[in-house]
Every structure is written in C-alpha cells, then in structure tokens.
Design a protein around this ligand. Structure first.
Ligand SMILES: N[C@@H](CCC(=O)N[C@@H](CS)C(=O)NCC(=O)O)C(=O)O
Length: 347
C-alpha cells in the first residue's frame, strides 16, 4: 500500500529494513491470471481446483466465496494439514503438506477434512512441488489450479474471490442468479457501492486482516502497539457504522466482498487471535453490533461449513506453544457454538 509509488528494489529494501525492525511483512503473490472471456482460462465447470489450508484466513476468503456462490460441486478442492512440516522433514521445515494420516495434537486423531493432492494428478506431498512444476519458488496458499492445462491460475485470494463472483454463472453455480449474492456488483449504477466496498477492503486489509499478523508476529513493542490500536480503532469504527442505522451488512442491505473479507479475522478473534496475536483489548462479544453481524454471517447457508475452528486452533497453536492448544474461551459459551447465539451480547 505505502509502496505504490516507489520502485521494486526500493520497496524490497524498505521491506527488508522493516523486517529487521521487527515488522511482519507479507510476500506478494505472483500468479495473477484471470478466468473468463479473453483469458487463457475459460470459465468451465469442473475444470478448476482449489488448494487450501483451513487455518489460513486468506484461504478462508476463497472457501467462503466457493460456498456462498454455490460452486462447491463445480470447483473441486484439496485441504492440507494445518501445521506445516517440522524440522525432521526430508525436504524442508515450514512447508504446507498433504497429510490426511497425520494426528492432530488438539484431538489426538486424524483430521477427516484433510486430503491428498487430488488436483494435479501427481499426488504431490508438498504444495511447494505444485509451484516447482511450473518453475516457481513460491509456497503459499490458496492456489486456484487449472486441471486441464495443469498450471496455476492465481494465488491471490482477493482476485480469486472477485473472479469466482464474476464467473459464477459460467462456472455453473448451483444457485439461481436471482438468489445468488453478488459480492461486487458491476455497472454504472453501482459505482458508489463499489467505491464503498474498495474503501472497506483497504481499511479491513491493512488494520484487521493483515493488522492481526502485524500485531501477533511483531518483535517490536512499538510496531505491535501501533497495530494493536489500529486494529481496535477500526473495530470501533465498524461497530459505529453498523450501529448508525442498524444495517445488516457493512455496505447496507446486501452481503458484499467487504463482509466476506472481514469475516475470517473476526471468526478467529475470540477463540484464537485474542491470545495468539496478543489482541486482548476486547472480544468481539464486547461489540454488540459486530457480534450480531458475525452471527448473521455464520447463519448464512454453507458459511459454517466453509471452515473449521479445530483446524484453526491446531494451525495457530499446534507447533508453537509446546504443542499444547488452549481450549478456551468457554464462557459465556464455547466456540463456534457461540456464533449461533446473537443474543449473547449484553444489550
Ligand atoms: N496475498 C496472498 C497471501 C496468502 C498467504 O500469505 N498465505 C499464507 C498462509 S496464511 C502462506 O501460505 N504463506 C506462505 C507459506 O506459508 O509458505 C493471498 O491473499 O492469497
């Protein structure tokens, strides 16, 4: 964001300096192709495949879009184990791995959602190998993959969400156009709405989605403190907006991309980020309108199925914290059950 008008080398130098100063810097995705007319990737049902980790909030954006847009049948999906490889791994530590037989320390059992690589036809063990097959040294998830050309379309969640919304009908969504939400409405008539969505997206990415990592992964007290106050100030602003006219969603009557991009972080706040990212300024339960908004989204068909708090807990705590995963909060209710109770807020 701040690097928009300085050269690549300068921004890399700038990022390197910020890293040294203890700031968490997220890499930039390099696969940025688009689906649809005029692109090498025509929108065809059953052609595209997603690789995701359920604990990853960027992947959560994409699994939410797939479910909310009725694309679960049209786009197949594989799920890695929530903890990356350990130091004993023959290839390297810290890599995403397809390992459905691995035992989760949190439950003492396998995680039934985990799969092998069924998308490439190569049954790769590591996500890294999917990138190597197309001569890339990237390692991140999510990935949108073309099973016909056997190549990566995109590894940028914000763009994957946008193109799934745009191409949902051509991708044979199971939802009729009249009932399917339009997360980013086009056309002149929606100019103002799109500006509002873009503004929310920028603020929510900087201070909430990525802000949580800036706080939790910082090794500099000042950097952490700045991220902490930006995070809670922004929650306060969103609370006031929802409270101002009782609107059900951030931009008004309809669910948009802005809601979809806020949900993964707020879904993780009370049960994970409050502790793991040192964002213990307040719970979402302490923001009545944000809490009701969170429960409202959780009640939308197929939203609850788009993620797993067990994978999140295992992923965020499983390798650090002496392999012991905190079980709370349990008051006033445990999570995710609490998201079925908008009435829990004190108002
Ligand atoms: N800008 C990317 C960021 C994706 C990202 O940072 N994913 C994390 C997981 S939460 C990742 O895989 N990081 C690199 C790695 O672990 O190898 C997007 O939004 O898709």
């Amino acid at each position: 964001m701040t690097n928009a008008n300085i050269s690549g080398d300068e921004s890399r130098k700038n990022d390197a300096m910020r890293k040294v100063e203890g700031e968490f810097i997220r890499g930039v995705s390099k696969f940025r192709h688009k689906l649809g007319k005029g692109s090498n990737f025509p929108s065809e049902p059953n052609r595209y495949h997603l690789f995701v980790a359920l604990n990853c909030p960027w992947c959560h954006r994409v699994t939410l879009a797939r479910n909310i847009l009725g694309l679960e049948k049209s786009i197949t999906m594989d799920i890695v184990f929530p903890n990356r490889t350990g130091e004993e791994d023959p290839i390297a530590e810290g890599l995403w791995e397809f390992n459905p037989d691995r035992i989760a320390t949190l439950t003492g059992e396998i995680l039934t959602e985990c799969t092998r690589d069924t998308g490439t036809g190569k049954n790769y063990r590591l996500v890294k190998q999917i990138y190597e097959a197309v001569e890339s040294n990237e390692t991140s998830l999510p990935i949108l993959y073309d099973k016909i050309q056997k190549t990566i379309v995109s590894n940028e969640s914000s763009e994957i969400v946008r193109m799934l919304n745009q191409e949902a009908s051509s991708l044979n969504s199971s939802l009729d156009n009249k009932v399917r939400p339009n997360l980013y409405p086009l056309g002149e008539i929606n100019n103002k709405l799109r500006d509002m969505i873009d503004t929310f997206n920028h603020q929510i990415y900087e201070n909430i989605n990525n802000g949580a990592y800036r706080a939790g992964f910082s090794s500099n007290q000042e950097v952490y403190a700045r991220a902490f106050s930006n995070y809670f100030d922004t929650l306060g602003e969103l609370e006031d907006i929802l409270n101002s006219d009782g609107r059900p969603f951030l931009t008004g009557e309809n669910l948009t991309e802005a809601d979809l991009r806020l949900f993964p972080t707020l879904f993780r706040h009370d049960p994970i980020y409050f502790l793991r990212m040192k964002l213990n300024g307040a719970r979402i339960l302490d923001f009545p309108n944000l809490w009701r908004w969170l429960c409202r989204l959780y009640a939308i068909p197929r939203v609850a199925e788009s993620n797993s708090l067990i994978h999140c807990r295992q992923g965020y705590f499983g390798r650090s914290w002496n392999n012991v995963v905190p079980l709370g909060p349990i008051s006033p209710m445990s999570y995710p059950e609490a998201y079925k109770h908008p009435e829990l807020v004190i108002k």
